[in-house]
Design a protein around this ligand. Structure first.
Ligand SMILES: [Zn+2]
Length: 234
């Protein structure tokens, strides 16, 4: 049992290292997905702005057409003005020409405003496209780095697992069963160092008797959190 107890410090170190490596391996794909989502969002922004531009241009074309129609109408009215049969008819036509002229002036302002909006949205599209490029490149770069790193990380994980198995095979039969159950439930937190008679996992003080047993190299579990204890530094 003495050899088993002193193996626990090393087992804990290996389990913690393995957990760190596995967390890095697990984190990678999530981080890649997050970056790809950012790029996809940027692409959706570009698409939305292109739609906006299309709508703006169509509205501008409609207003230009309306302006041309009104201008033709004014020219026609001017022709009728010269042929007016009475002062009353003349005044009516004159009034129509004035009203159409005001309407056209408003239309011209609106068309100018529309053109300014088109310019602004075109500029925004260019900026948004640059953002897509940048976000795609960031996602690709991250993916490539992770794929390169994950080879080494997987090798590290295998090496650590082999070392863990090596030490586990040296544990006593009864301890092994309890140890395995704890590892299945808590992973690397199945084990805890004891320092100044305090459990390193739950920070509750262990009894003097357990400290004596630990010092004697016996297998001891924390009465509070049930972790497998070992003397820190061994
Ligand atoms: Zn504890």
């Amino acid at each position: 049992m003495a050899t088993a107890a002193t193996s626990f410090a090393e087992l804990h170190r290996l389990h913690l290292a393995l957990r760190e490596v596995q967390q890095q391996l697990d984190r990678g794909p999530r981080q890649i997905r997050a970056r790809e989502q950012l790029a996809a969002q940027a692409e959706a922004d570009v698409a939305a702005k292109r739609e906006e531009l299309k709508t703006l241009r169509a509205a501008g074309e409609r207003k230009s057409l309306e302006l041309k129609t009104n201008e033709a109408k004014i020219e026609e009215l001017k022709g009728k003005l010269n042929a007016a049969a009475s002062n009353r008819e003349y005044d009516i036509i004159r009034g129509q020409i004035d009203a159409d002229t005001v309407a056209n002036s408003v239309l011209q302002d609106e068309i100018l405003e529309q053109l300014e909006k088109v310019d602004r949205v075109e500029k925004e599209i260019k900026e948004a496209e640059a953002e897509v490029e940048q976000k795609r490149a960031a996602a690709t770069g991250f993916r490539e780095r992770f794929e390169a790193d994950s080879v080494g990380l997987s090798e590290q994980a295998e090496k650590l697992q082999a070392e863990i198995r090596g030490i586990e095979s040296g544990l006593g039969g009864q301890v092994t069963e309890k140890y395995r159950r704890l590892v299945a439930a808590h992973g690397a937190d199945a084990l805890a160092p004891v320092e100044n008679s305090v459990c390193g996992y739950c920070h509750v003080q262990i009894t003097r008797q357990k400290q004596v047993q630990l010092n004697a190299g016996q297998v001891v579990f924390c009465s509070n959190c049930a972790r497998l204890l070992y003397v820190s530094g061994k």
